[in-house]
Design a protein around this ligand. Structure first.
Ligand code: GDP
Length: 449
């Protein structure tokens, strides 16, 4: 996801952090690098201009210049501005779905064909039944493609929600009204309406969806956009936004090799919050969009919070909370913690899902690695830690040559492997430290609060 952009920006961030003094020259150079990285990622020009000028203004400001660590302060500015163009300035409430209406709350889905609308309906339905225990009904008004109606039926079954079967001989507005009536009579909390998309902007499609909007007065009108579309996405978003009172955006296929343009432009262009992000083809591949977190990922600062959350869902809740607490209170990341991390990586279905959330430098190192091999490697590292005494796990610095030989023998590996494991541990430890000094923990706390 957004790999190139992340790699380029992570490099700039690293340089910036190291700068003890900000001069006109090095600031300009950094901004130039950021600008190029954004343009290359296909971010819309007005968005890039606006972003750079805001960062430049703040870079000259007292908060940065007067800071003891100006490079670091500038990274903070970039981080904040990046989060803001993706909607952090709208506040957390902005990403929540609105249900402040007499049920059923109608959610109208708009967007071009193939962007992932139908899949998103399924994901949303599942999310709403699971997370908020809503009773959901879905309906498709895509009378032009019977296969599309069938697809929604299948997806709805998979999501375990009710599906209103529509006749392809009926008119879209009639179908929507009938489904709304059905939802009322069967006490559904939410009705999600999937609509017909075209391959490009089309006057007829726009009129149809505007008519649908008028007929069912949705509380949410979500524009679904494919993150891989880059600049094109911006034009499509603008047109939809002009034709319909959109309330939010769903950014799909963020797991693909999207360059990032759409993710960074679409909020700025439409003024509407990105509410959800699609991160896989599966029904559970939907995340509530978090601009601050996304900004961190893009800057190669990883997403420890997401890791902790994922760990919470899949594995040892207590262990994840303990680590979080320990790190927050300034505790040391020792080998016991490292081992917990390794175990969690494995129970999260191997390393590949985990990697996307790690800081860029880790991702790069791991990119070429064969995943199977990597998983085996993780198990061996666990074996090595298992051969250590509790004292060694707590204070890895006492592990000198003799201890290494004993540990290696115990785990049935070469001493080099013990060394390698220790250096990987150190890498992760210094990453945790860096994130702390970089204000990551503080930010995480503010995000949670
Ligand atoms: P629609 O024409 O807009 O209804 O699009 P579909 O829901 O049929 O999706 C088109 C294709 O995109 C399908 O192959 C989906 O599996 C895929 N897709 C949808 N959302 C995502 C996503 O978030 N990630 C990935 N990788 N694929 C997705």
């Amino acid at each position: 996801m957004l790999d190139n952009l992340t790699q380029r920006l992570a490099k700039v961030v690293k340089t910036m952090r190291g700068e003890a003094r900000l001069t006109e020259a090095n600031t300009t150079e950094m901004l130039r690098e950021i600008r190029l990285a954004l343009l290359e990622a296909d971010v819309a020009l007005p968005v890039v201009r606006d972003f750079i000028s805001r960062v430049r203004e703040k870079a000259m400001g007292e908060d940065v210049i007067g800071s003891l660590t100006p490079g670091q302060a500038l990274v903070g500015v970039v981080q904040q501005e990046l989060a803001d163009i993706m909607g952090a300035d709208l506040g957390k409430e902005a990403t929540r779905l609105n249900f402040a209406t007499q049920p059923p709350a109608v959610i109208l889905m708009a967007g071009l064909q193939g962007v992932g609308k139908t899949t998103t309906v399924g994901k949303l339905a599942r999310y709403l039944t699971g997370e908020t225990r809503k009773k959901v009904l879905t309906v498709s008004t895509d009378v032009y493609r019977p296969a599309a109606i069938k697809q929604l039926e299948t997806v709805s079954q998979q999501a375990g929600v009710d599906f209103y079967a529509s006749e392809s001989s009926a008119k879209p507005v009639e179908i929507a009204k009938a489904a709304l009536d059905h939802a009322r009579r069967h006490y559904h909390d939410v009705l999600i309406i999937d609509t017909a998309g075209r391959l490009g902007i089309d006057e007829e499609m726009m009129q149809e969806i505007a008519a649908l909007h008028e007929a069912v007065t949705p509380i949410e009108t979500l524009f679904v956009v494919d993150a891989m579309l880059g600049q094109d996405a911006v034009n499509v978003a603008r047109t939809f936004n002009e034709a319909l009172p959109l309330t939010g955006i769903v950014l799909t296929k963020l797991d693909g090799d999207a360059r990032g343009g759409a993710a960074l432009s679409v909020r700025h262009i439409t003024g509407k919050p990105i509410k959800f992000a699609g991160v896989s083809e599966k029904l559970d591949g939907l995340e509530v969009f978090d601009p601050a977190r996304m900004a961190n990922r893009i800057l190669g600062m990883g997403d420890i919070l997401a890791l902790v959350e994922e760990a919470r869902k899949t594995v040892d809740i207590q262990a994840a909370q303990d680590l979080e607490k320990k790190l927050r209170s300034g505790g040391r990341f020792d080998l016991n913690d490292f081992k917990v991390q390794l175990t969690q990586m494995q129970s999260m279905g191997g390393l590949s899902g985990f990697l996307g959330k790690m800081p860029a430098q880790f991702q790069q190192a791991a990119q070429h690695a064969n995943m199977d091999q990597a998983n085996r490697h993780v198990r061996r590292m666990e074996g090595i830690i298992n051969s250590m005494t509790p004292a060694e796990r707590r204070r890895p610095d006492i592990i000198k040559a003799a201890r290494k030989r004993r540990i290696a023998a115990g785990a049935g590996v070469q001493v080099q492997e013990v060394n390698r494991m220790l250096s990987q541990y150190e890498q992760m430890q210094s990453m945790m430290k860096k994130m702390k000094s970089g204000g990551m923990m503080k930010m995480m706390r503010s995000m949670k609060g």
